[in-house]
Design a protein around this ligand. Sequence first.
Ligand SMILES: [Zn+2]
Length: 105
Amino acid sequence: MYCNKCKAEYIEGIEICPNCGKALVEKQHITEDEVVEYRELITVATTTNYFLVPLAKSILESEDITHFIKGEHLMNMPRFMIPIEIQVVKEDEELARELLKDLDL
Ligand SMILES: [Zn+2]
């Protein structure tokens, strides 16, 4: 059992958190804040030019921008040419777009 408020886990059978009195839930639920944080990724580029992706990554890395390549594994199957998304956290969106705009992704 789990208390969403205290982020504490309790053994099965306990229904009320001994710490705060809140009803415990079955398992850890992701709080709204964490969901928002998780979704704060912004796609700054979508490309099928797979050969440009490592270049884009190194540019972002050089600026210490945390980035994610959605569909990176697809690059091993270039014949499918499925668009790959380059994502960054919202705070870095503007800088990332600026850095990548000359790449012609
Ligand atoms: Zn609690």
